[in-house]
Design a protein around this ligand. Sequence first.
Ligand SMILES: [Zn+2]
Length: 261
Amino acid sequence: MVDGAARRTELHPIDGVVLQNGKWNFTPLGMSIPAPPQFLTRESSPEALIVARESLDSGLASARHVGHRGLLNKLLHPDSLPATESDAVLPGMARSQTQVLAMMLRTLGWPVAFSAATWWVMEAVGLRIFALLSSLAFLILVSLILHELGHLGVFRLFAPSGPALFTARSGRFRLVRCGLPKHQDLAVTFAGPVAPFLLPGLLFPFQVWLPLLFWTSLVVAGSHLALLLRNDGDGGMLRMALRQDRNGPNSQSAAPHPDAR
Ligand SMILES: [Zn+2]
């Protein structure tokens, strides 16, 4: 065993992962990956690191950093693997939305509260430019939350108990889910980038009094649409869904859809 005081990263399989023939299997999503090491230290081999990264990317493992480390050491040796939280998404609309919102707020809760408070204070003391920057940060964070809840909401609409994983990793969130018929896959993919338009939608009646806020929220929402142009994340998902047969996922329908931002 490694000295308890040494810095190390522990890897935990998510609920439902079973070890079989040296592989981690998650039957609900038909995923199978080589079993990663139980923990990593700075001395871990590059091979072990690759297997660990793969297990975290798939969402089958959660990583937690343990052990004491000084601030200087932290700056000199940043973590090679950011801590990950990964959970099987609960069935049902309300339960899954609450679960995923709680997971995101564990990372974004403080930044959301801080940017909202700073916005209010800056507005109160008349520092308009700082108020604007704080409101921008606030809108960006809230749009991230709406984006993921959008994907999840439409997915749960079509598949109330369909298997899915939600992964939170250093501010990046990801829904890994089962495949759906083509038009439903497209709807789930579009739901994420479209959901942040709720913000300008809600602000629209007040746009005469809050024009800057309205236009800022519209630009923030528009930036989510741009994600569809990329080759990975939502853009990759869109291309994958468009290539799919008209009637739905083919025989490899068990292959998970990494609906990543
Ligand atoms: Zn997305």
